[in-house]
Each structure stands twice: as structure tokens, then as C-alpha cells.
Design a protein around this ligand. Structure first.
Ligand code: LLP
Length: 412
């Protein structure tokens, strides 16, 4: 719910210019009710299935306040580090609703997760299965696991965020699982009750999802005939959002009529791990125009926020809308660039935008997912603040780092 009302950019009921007066630029804003709407929408999509865990992929945005919203709504967590686990629990989440994915789980992370009694490990390799089994044995426990299958289905998304085709480091191929079935069955301290997948992120076409679930269906029958008893399926995340408002987002209609129906037929307990979908469109990065620089026919809008605050454009050629806080009639074309000493530090080239000048503010829209969570101190720039907006109220959910915070762990 960030959008224009009478040419003024609003976040819920607040004129974003008011926020720019109160908080030091740059800063992130989030619309609380947009996140809640997305959560409720997705719950509704899955509502015809009996036993579903929606586990938020914490990596998309891990602010405690946002994790608390998830926990309060009964949303579980898909984590990839013990840090994410501890944050979700600190925010009020229950360990029994945590699934632990990721290719490099350390012994310490595994031990701590077993102690906490998380729901299950999503195993990404045979040596990991052996390691979890050994640790569980030492702790005299039997732990629940899922095998992350690489179904080799192309998700039709950016090459850097596709994860379910041969050649990605994620999951285990069907061939390897077959070859190691006896070894896996001999591991007495793990119980393999589930198969999981995650074929990619920012998918808009839901057909690959359907194809991958279909492949999993056949494979589950296969695995059961090898002597396993699979009761659960984890279909991963990947629901795309509308970064470009002329494009369509994830095709939930198709997903509901095909994938949900297929899942219903399969009659298994279902887990899904949405990350981006819950938070991307709720967030914006607000930045100040430091200079307008005109040079050899180009017009640069030089902003105070850079790729250290939002790296997705530099890293994935991502598209985000950039909007002035007040829309004027005249337009011009700008290169929106940041302060970092890298040519890849830009947000858009030659983008038409209503007229802006020095000391105006702009909003980089749909920046709520993989925005702050991928930010860094590059160029010795402190991590910026995060502000939550709830109707006509706003409050800080993360304070800006001070210079002292930034150097606190360094030793001279
Ligand atoms: N589950 C697993 C096992 C994952 O690896 C991921 C994302 C998710 C769930 C959540 O996917 P989502 O629903 O958010 O698409 N930094 C990249 C995205 C990387 C996604 C990695 N895995 C970006 O900014 O586009």
C-alpha cells in the first residue's frame, strides 16, 4: 500500500514527505497492512488443504518486528542459519514451526537446532544426512528430515536465482537419492518423512511449479517403493511479485486450479516457504537527491542511497520503479545513481521521471524483500534505519547504525 494519492506518494495514510522530515535519509519504510494482506491472501490460497505450514523464508527480511508479525499470524519459518532460527524464536516464533534449509549446515548449527526441537531439517546432500544422523545419535535423539530434491525443472527466472536445475548446488538429484537409498535407510537417528523442493525465486509463471510438483509426485511413489514412508511435501517458495507494474505477478489463479488441486490429490502434509511475496511490495527505500549532474547529454540524479543499501539492481539487473514523493507535470530522463565508487552502483539508466531537483526525495519501490537483508557497510556506510507504517502511525523498527556501532568490533 505504497502509491500515489492526488500526486503525493503515500505509505498507507502517511505522506512520505513527513517521514523524510523526521528520519535521516536514506531509510527503508514498510507498510504493515500490506504485509498482513499478503499473508492472509496466501493463507486463503492454501485454505482448501488440510495440513499446511506456511514457513516464511526469513532471508527475505529478518527484522524482529516483521518476524513477530509472522509469528503472530501463525506463520512458521524457513531458515538457512542458526542466526535466523534464533531471531525467529526471539520474535515469538515456535521452534516446532521451523524448517532448516541450506547447503552448509555446521555441526554447531545442527546440534543447537536439535536441542531447540525444530520441525525438520531439509537435507541438501548425502554427507549432510550422515552428519545430522551422527549428531542425533550422540544426543540420543531421532530427528525428522526432508530430502531436498533437485527436480531439474526450469523456473524461467533470472539465472542467478534459479535453483532447481542440474548444475545448481542445491538439493540432491533423483539419481543420487536412488543410488544412496540403502545408506539413507540405514541412518537410524533420522527419519526421512518428507521430500522438498525450491526451483527458483521471482517466478511469475506457475506452470513450472506444477511440473515440479508433478515430478515430485512420481518420485514420492518411487521413494516409498524403496521402503520410505513419505508423509509430507515441501514445495519451496518462489512466488513472484510485480516489480514492473505493467507486468503480471505470480499467476495464483493457475496455481490454485492446478498445483493446489494436485496437492489435494496427493493427500500429504504440505509446507511452503514464501519469502519475497510477503514483503517485497510492502517496502520502499527512500533516498535524497544530493545533486543533479548534467554531463554530455545525460542527467544524473545522484542519490544518497547506494548499492550497499540495495544491491539487487547491481547484482541481478533487477528492475524497480523509482518515484518522486510529489509527482509533477514535467518529466525528464535521469540516470539514478548512488554514492558508491563502482560503476554498477546505479538504480536505473535513462529512466523517465517527473521533474526532480536537489534536496527532493525519491522512493525505490518494491524494495522490502532482499533489500535491507542484503545490505552491507561497503564504503564504510552505516546500515540505515527501518521504519514501519501502520495506517497513520509510524515507528522505528531498526535504528540507523552510528559510526561507533559500525566500528565496534574492530581492533586497532
Ligand atoms: N526456500 C528456499 C529453500 C530458498 O532457497 C528460498 C530463496 C526461498 C524459500 C524463498 O524464495 P522466495 O519466495 O523469496 O522467492 N536474493 C535474491 C533471491 C534469492 C532467493 C534464494 N532462495 C533476490 O533478491 O532476488
Amino acid at each position: 500500500m505504497i502509491g500515489y494519492k492526488d500526486n503525493i506518494l503515500m505509505c498507507e495514510d502517511i505522506d512520505i514527505r513527513e517521514l523524510a522530515e523526521v528520519y535521516d535519509s536514506p531509510f527503508y519504510i514498510y507498510s504493515k497492512n500490506d504485509i498482513l494482506n499478503k499473508i492472509r491472501f496466501l493463507k486463503d490460497i492454501f485454505s482448501s488443504l488440510d495440513n499446511v505450514l506456511i514457513a516464511y523464508a526469513v532471508k527475505a527480511e529478518n527484522n524482529l518486528s516483521i518476524l513477530k508479525m509472522m509469528a503472530d499470524e501463525g506463520i512458521g519459518a524457513d531458515v538457512v542459519s542458526i542466526g535466523e532460527t534464533l531471531k525467529y524464536i526471539k520474535a515469538g516464533g515456535k521452534a516446532e514451526n521451523i524448517v532448516f534449509s541450506g547447503v552448509a549446515k555446521t555441526e554447531e548449527e545442527i546440534r543447537k537446532s536439535i536441542e531447540l526441537n525444530i520441525k525438520r531439517f531439509n537435507i541438501e546432500s548425502i554427507p549432510e544426512a550422515v552428519r545430522i544422523n551422527n549428531i542425533a545419535k550422540e544426543m540420543k535423539k531421532r530427528v525428522k528430515c526432508s530430502i531436498r530434491v533437485n527436480p531439474n525443472v526450469d523456473a524461467h527466472t533470472h539465472e542467478k536465482i534459479t535453483t532447481g536445475v542440474t548444475g545448481n548446488k542445491f538439493g540432491i538429484s533423483i539419481k543420487t537419492i536412488r543410488e544412496n537409498a540403502n545408506l539413507l535407510k540405514s541412518l537410524d537417528n533420522i527419519s526421512i518423512e518428507s521430500l522438498s523442493m525450491h526451483i527458483g525465486s521471482q517466478m511469475t509463471d506457475s506452470e513450472p511449479f506444477y511440473k515440479a510438483i508433478l515430478a515430485m509426485k512420481d518420485f514420492i511413489n518411487d521413494v516409498n517403493s524403496m521402503g520410505f514412508n513419505i508423509t509430507d511435501i515441501d514445495i519451496g517458495g518462489g512466488y513472484g511479485v510485480r516489480y514492473d507494474k505493467n507486468s503480471s505477478g505470480f499467476d495464483f489463479e493457475h496455481f490454485k486450479s492446478k498445483s493446489i488441486n494436485l496437492l489435494k490429490e496427493m493427500n500429504l502434509n504440505v509446507t511452503t516457504e514464501p519469502g519475497r511475496y510477503f514483503v517485497a511490495e510492502s517496502g520502499a527505500l527512500i533516498m535524497r537527491v544530493e545533486y543533479i549532474k548534467e554531463e554530455l547529454g545525460r542527467k544524473y540524479a545522484i542519490l544518497d542511497g547506494g548499492m550497499n543499501d540495495y544491491i539487487r539492481v547491481a547484482m541481478y539487473d533487477a528492475y524497480n520503479d523509482i518515484c518522486p514523493l510529489v509527482k509533477k507535470e514535467n518529466v525528464s530522463n535521469y540516470d539514478f545513481v548512488g554514492p558508491i565508487c563502482e560503476s554498477s552502483d546505479f538504480f536505473a539508466y535513462n529512466r523517465e521521471c517527473s521533474f526532480i531537483e536537489e534536496a527532493d526525495y525519491v522512493a525505490l519501490l518494491d524494495a522490502g524483500a532482499y533489500g535491507f537483508s542484503m545490505s552491507s557497510n561497503y564504503n564504510s556506510r552505516p546500515l540505515i534505519s527501518q521504519i514501519m507504517v501502520d495506517k497513520d502511525k509510524h515507528y522505528v523498527i531498526r535504528k540507523r547504525q552510528t559510526f561507533e556501532d559500525m566500528i565496534a568490533n574492530e581492533i586497532i
